[in-house]
Every structure is written in structure tokens, then in C-alpha cells.
Design a protein around this ligand. Structure first.
Ligand code: SF4
Length: 194
């Protein structure tokens, strides 16, 4: 169970500005690594938007909801309807992994691309993570990456500085507003928040 995250007004725009800067740096690093491999996501037959990701920061929730609030009322209604179906399906089939398409994916495109959460920006290419006191962890690329570029030698893509900046920004924002509850939400959950 997750408490309802704070509103954007409570959080304050400077935190969301800092998140935008962080996301821009993530996008640059991802683009650079992906172009090194010649890897492109367009027309992917697997579509990671069917993966049931959970998101864990208030900042991602607030930023996505900010983007959602700027959609037309028709788009918001359609997304809310699909988010309801998605959530009902997730409740019936709680196993992780692939499932229904994310309710923000319309006609094979993310309609809130600029506001998408962190994992949507980093997923797809092989990466590494460095945790204090532990050996570096390597993570694989997606299935499409393996098919098209899996034969190529690994090119360093370190998620650590991005996770660290995100955690620090989230920590400061939570401390400023006094919010300490756990966040564990799918995009559909975020759309359906009151
Ligand atoms: S938020 Fe956008 S990029 Fe992320 S899973 Fe949903 S449709 Fe795909």
C-alpha cells in the first residue's frame, strides 16, 4: 500500500526544474551510448511499454502528473479509462513482467514522452551500477538490443550517478515537505491518483 504522494504545489517548482535537468542528462547519456551501438527503439516488436514497471519517487509521480494535466480533456479521459483497465488487470495478475500496454502509449508512441519516468529513459541498453561495499553490478540490454546489438562489446553506461542524483533530490524534497511514505506505483496507478 502506498500513501498518496504530495502535490506539485507542496513540492515546489525548483525540485521539478532540477528533475528536468537530471532527465536531460540521462537522455544525453543514453543517446550517446545507444548511438555507439547503432541501437534504435523505433518499431520495436517487444515494446518495453508492456513491462510493468513500478516507480518509487514522488518527483517522478509529480512530474508525470504535471504532464498529464496539460493533455486535452479527451486524451485525459481516454488515458484514465485505459489506466482503470490496466489496474484491474494488474490486480488480477499480480505477477511482474510483460502485460498490458502502458495507458500512456497511444498508437505505439508515449504521449507524455518528455514527462516519462526514469526507467523509461534508461531501459534498453546494457548498464552498470556501483554500490558502496559491493562489486559493480552489470545489467543486460532489452531483448531487442540483444537481437540487434548483443554481439557487440560492452560500452560503459553507468547508471550510478543518475540514481545517486535522483535519490538525493528526492531526499531533499521529502525532507523539505515532511513526506516519508513509500512510493510503489505503476504509471496507471499514478494516472488514477486522486
Ligand atoms: S510512460 Fe511512456 S515510455 Fe514509459 S511505459 Fe508508459 S508509454 Fe512507455
Amino acid at each position: 500500500m502506498t500513501a498518496t504522494p504530495p502535490t506539485a504545489a507542496a513540492c515546489g517548482r525548483p525540485y521539478l526544474d532540477a528533475l528536468e535537468a537530471l532527465f536531460a542528462d540521462m537522455d544525453d547519456a543514453y543517446r550517446c551510448a545507444a548511438s555507439h551501438y547503432g541501437f534504435h527503439c523505433e518499431g520495436c516488436e517487444d515494446n518495453c511499454c508492456r513491462t510493468r514497471f513500478h516507480h518509487h519517487t514522488c518527483l517522478e509521480v509529480l512530474y508525470l502528473r504535471e504532464g498529464f494535466s496539460h493533455l486535452s480533456s479527451g486524451d485525459r479521459s481516454a488515458v484514465e479509462r485505459d489506466a482503470g483497465v490496466y489496474s484491474a488487470d494488474a490486480a488480477q495478475r499480480p505477477a511482474k513482467g510483460r502485460g498490458r500496454m502502458c495507458p500512456l502509449n497511444r498508437d505505439q508512441r508515449c504521449i507524455l514522452y518528455n514527462h516519462r519516468p526514469m526507467i523509461c529513459r534508461l531501459h534498453g541498453i546494457p548498464h552498470e551500477l556501483h554500490r558502496p561495499g559491493r562489486p559493480p553490478a552489470r545489467g543486460p540490454g532489452c531483448e531487442a538490443f540483444d537481437r540487434h546489438c548483443g554481439h557487440l562489446p560492452y560500452r560503459s553506461f553507468d547508471r550510478t550517478p543518475f540514481y545517486t542524483r535522483m535519490a538525493e533530490l528526492e531526499r531533499r524534497m521529502r525532507q523539505a515537505i515532511g513526506f516519508s511514505d513509500r512510493v510503489h506505483l505503476t504509471v496507471a496507478d499514478i494516472i488514477l491518483l486522486p
